[in-house]
Design a protein around this ligand. Structure first.
Ligand code: BGC
Length: 913
């Protein structure tokens, strides 16, 4: 039996206590102005060296723009520091408040006031808008085919205006039908990419609030906007796709100036006839297609005062319900990193190909010099085949950018309104250039929702650490405003099933609460009257049907956000949607309580499924569907407890859903479970589901199922035999069954299919298919073959919780579970996560027959610790905040697998890819 020697609060000294990171809702300072709720909840982090620190009270000071207090609620006796209620009068539109927080701790001490944090409301009421959407008066609706009018071409809009006084405060409220960028007096406003992002536009269209004070001056001014089709007017989906929202691009902009003499001035689209429009130098632009830009069509000074726009077209008002306008809940999309090519090669057919060394999402920025009219064409791909750019996996996405030179010195260009998933770029130059753009003149620009990084994992096995890095890149590439399946082909859709399984991993790696809360609002808005959930959100597909696990995202994603970010509000917001989906499926299951009819994706992409039938998995699809229903019922009942706690609500909900869950369990047992615990689908996914979702009533059955699962895993040679549903939970199920060693065998497997197979074959992101590239180096020729799909990377959640050993034990990590399970020949591992309360860490290292475990527990939280080698159902050690260290004998000593072979070198991996 291991004996722990522990030291808690090892740093000992009580240092100063400081309140930091004051934030509102799920927006960081830096995420911009214009919050969309009148009573934004506040969160903060306390930093203290005092061990076992607990907050006993807080005070929030709220002052107005003149520094006058507007609320003095005094000290509140509370230990809450995450998403606490707004303490002052609700904000009105445009109102700005400055907030400071101080806290009192269990050590009797008080903190100083935090640094002030500003919050400013956007336009909260449609009546705040004097602006109307405007469009260039050229694209006549209905021209051409009546049903399929042509999409309006990219255009420029502008308006000149005089400002009589110095500007004390300037705000631009802006959005578009399409995608836009705004300039004032020749300077770009903000740094957002592809604004307003993609939401279910018919229900929710995002507005930005931008501080433009510094861009305005007394005298002549001008504002201009670029407009292009984006998701609004572009065709989305495969086989040519379809245009979902409209064909007419339009801008809504309201510039509000507070002038030095106390007066205000508003410059708004649609309010007068002074807005003019012109064709853009962007000649074509599409999310899938890429962008074509002709620098010869530039009009220098077009967004500045004094520009002659007499030959520009008039604009016309486009009617649209301003009640659909909403503020952003999370961060905007931004450029977050640039990468230089790591290699420049000439392909066998003589083409110039650059390798950025990383499969990424964004676009290429190029600097070039040459004669007017010469062109540069940039094609993108994730992989090469035979040394040539391999665009087959992009299917219908042309992913081609073309720049036509203006001929005026060095020209630097990056497309504005498209993005590509690529590692390689092929550069083709035509016409006369003074100099070919070499690799030094070319940069890849990474773009995604600019979420705060919050999670890290590493371990002694470089291969696994690289797998984790690939998962992180997969998340970056697939969180470009909408959580998508893939970022490169003619899809890039918010597939519900993919985020259902990936949400726990996502919530560890980045603060994605705002992005996913927004997405869930779209999901609820697009849910059918019968509770049905679209397969993709926003719903870009014509056909939709109820699909288990995919539709269950309506229930599971809000629950994950509640667990990981401690936000009860998300559960309340989504409650009706969660319930509607479950009620819908309960209805489909009918009296026999089995969801046993209809098409299911189920254990999608089980490696044994035929290449043209990814749904034909070895696990019965309706077993999966009924198991998923049971899980959602459990979650819904637990959510009902939270949502209705202390409220009148419908207290019967929890009991009701628990009793339906019991009936579904009984039906599942009748239909699929032998008395011994064996299942009719004798597959890994079936056993994993039964174990994880508590579908086996008897301890004996669970033990039998656990043994059977381990045997199947062993018989499969520790190669993956699960699809989208089984893969994310297989390692947890094995650990539950006391078979952690088998989970590690799966993890460290190098042969295909396995997590490490792609890593060892040069992957820099997680692939959609285990054999996207075959062992002989050839490309898998299937049509559906993405090299950047996050779903199968959901194993990272197990890495964080079990290998590193850091998991939430109560919503928002208020209580943390530190319970690493060493294995797989690893000599150390570490999980770090910036919880809503501050940084938490679990790190262990095997050292001369003992394991040293180090933990960091943030202030205002506690942790339960299960030391390696100690049965997890034993009473855990309970500790408060601070650094802690323990040493225990190494339980794997003598019978662990040998440490992985050294010499894994990423650069040596299959250079031809
Ligand atoms: C997507 C998936 C998605 C699936 C559903 C695919 O085309 O890329 O990730 O969940 O379809 O069948």
């Amino acid at each position: 039996m291991s004996r722990a020697t522990g030291a808690t609060g090892a740093t000992g000294a009580t240092g100063t206590t400081a309140v930091t990171a004051v934030r509102f809702e799920h927006r960081r300072v830096g995420d911009g102005l214009g919050i969309g709720v009148p009573t934004p909840r506040l969160s903060w982090i306390t930093e203290t060296e005092a061990p076992g620190w607990w907050q006993v009270g807080y005070e929030i000071e709220v002052v107005d723009a003149r520094g006058e207090p507007v609320a003095a609620p005094g000290r509140v006796e509370s230990d809450e520091s995450v998403l606490v209620p707004w303490p002052a009068e609700p904000l009105e539109s445009r109102q700005r408040r400055r907030v400071r927080v101080r806290v009192w701790g269990s050590d009797g001490g008080a903190s100083a006031w935090s640094e002030p944090a500003d919050v400013e409301a956007g336009l909260l009421d449609p009546a705040d808008w004097s602006a109307r959407f405007i469009a260039p008066d050229d694209a006549e609706p209905g021209r051409g085919d009546r049903d399929e009018p042509p999409t309006a071409p990219p255009s420029l809009l502008r308006r000149a205006f005089d400002v009589p006084q110095p500007v004390e405060r300037g705000r631009l409220y802006v959005t578009a039908l399409g995608v836009y960028e705004v300039e004032i007096n020749g300077t770009r406003v903000g740094d957002h990419v592809l604004a307003p992002g993609w939401t279910s536009y018919d229900h929710r269209l995002r507005v930005e609030t931008l501080d433009v004070t510094g861009l305005l001056r007394p005298g002549a001014n001008a504002v201009g906007a670029w407009l292009a089709e984006g998701w609004y007017a572009g065709k989305l989906g495969w086989d040519g796709g379809r245009r979902i929202y409209g064909h007419r691009l339009a801008l809504l902009a309201q510039l509000e100036l507070a002038l030095a003499d106390g007066t205000t001035q508003t410059v708004a689209t649609g309010a007068d006839g002074h807005w003019r429009a012109h064709a853009s130098p962007i000649v074509a632009s599409g999310i899938y297609a890429g962008e074509a830009y002709d620098a010869r069509r530039e009009q220098p000074g077009w967004s500045s005062a004094g520009f002659d726009d007499r030959d520009w077209l008039p604009t016309t008002v486009v009617e649209r319900d301003l009640g659909t306008l909403v503020a952003r809940a999370g961060p905007p999309v931004r450029r977050t990193e640039t990468l230089r090519p790591v290699a420049a090669t000439t392909s066998p057919s003589g083409r110039a190909i650059l390798d950025f060394g990383q499969n990424l999402v964004g676009r290429v920025r190029v600097s070039v010099e040459g004669e007017a009219g010469s062109t540069l064409t940039i094609r993108h791909a994730e992989v090469l085949e035979g040394g040539e750019l391999c665009t087959a996996p992009l299917r219908g996405a042309a992913a081609t950018d073309r720049y036509t030179l203006g001929g005026d010195g060095v020209e630097t260009w990056e497309p504005r309104f498209t993005f590509h998933g690529f590692r390689y770029a092929e550069i083709e130059a035509q016409g006369s250039r003074r100099e070919a753009p070499g690799p030094d003149a070319i940069t890849a620009v990474v773009c995604h929702s600019d979420m705060e990084r919050t999670g890290w994992f590493s371990c002694s096995d470089e291969r696994i650490t690289k797998l984790h890095a690939n998962v992180v890149w997969g998340m970056r590439g697939n969180f470009l405003d909408v959580p998508t399946d893939c970022p490169q082909r003619d899809e890039r859709l918010g597939w519900t099933g993919d985020i259902n399984v990936f949400a726990p991993t996502a919530s560890f790696l980045y603060d994605c609460a705002g992005v996913l809360a927004s997405w869930l609002a779209d999901l609820a808005a697009e849910q059918g009257a019968d509770g049905g959930v679209p397969l993709v959100v926003p719903n870009a597909l014509e056909a939709t049907f109820p699909a288990a696990v995919w539709g269950d995202a309506a229930v599971i994603v809000p629950w994950v956000l509640y667990q990981r970010f401690g936000d009860v509000g998300i559960l309340r917001e989504q409650w009706a949607s969660m319930r509607a989906w479950v009620d819908h499926v309960v209805g489909l299951a009918g009296d026999n309580r089995l969801w046993d009819e209809g098409f299911q994706f189920a254990d999608w992409l089980d490696p044994s499924a035929p290449e043209d039938g990814p749904q034909e998995a070895r696990t019965d699809p309706h077993l999966v569907a009924t198991a998923a229903l049971c899980h959602s019922l459990d979650v819904l009942a637990a959510a009902a407890d939270v949502v209705h706690a202390g409220r009148d609500g419908r207290p019967g909900d929890a009991a009701n859903y628990r009793s339906i869950a019991a009936e579904v369990r009984a039906a599942f047992a009748r239909e699929y479970v032998a008395p011994s615990g064996l299942l009719v689908s004798d597959s890994q996914t079936a056993y994993a589901l039964a174990l994880r979702y508590a579908l086996l009533a008897e301890a004996d059955q669970r033990a039998r199922a656990g043994r059977r699962l381990a045997k199947l895993v062993r018989h499969a040679g520790y190669r993956i035999a699960t699809g989208f549903v089984g893969t994310p939970i297989i390692c947890d199920a094995l650990c539950d069954a006391g078979e952690a060693a088998s989970a590690y065998e799966l993890l460290v497997q190098e042969e295909c299919p396995s997590w490490l197979y792609p890593v060892l074959h040069g992957a820099t992101t997680v692939w959609e298919r285990w054999d996207g590239i075959k062992p002989d180096g050839s490309l898998n020729g299937v049509r559906m073959n993405s090299f950047n799909h996050y779903a199968l990377g959901a194993v990272a959640d197990w890495l964080h919780r079990t290998v590193g050993g850091l998991a939430p034990a109560a919503p928002g990590y208020r209580r943390i579970r530190i319970a690493p399970v060493p294995g797989g020949g690893l000599s150390w591992a570490s999980s770090r996560h910036r919880t809503p309360y501050g940084l938490a860490e679990s790190s262990w290292r095997i050292d001369g027959g003992t394991i040293a475990l180090d933990a960091l527990v943030p202030p205002n939280t506690t942790a339960e610790v299960v030391l390696p080698g100690v049965a997890s159902d034993r009473d855990p050690i309970r500790v408060g905040s601070g650094r802690h260290a323990w040493r225990v004998p190494d339980p794997t000593a003598g019978h662990g697998r040998p440490a992985p072979r050294g010499g894994f070198s990423l650069s040596a991996q299959h250079p031809r890819w």
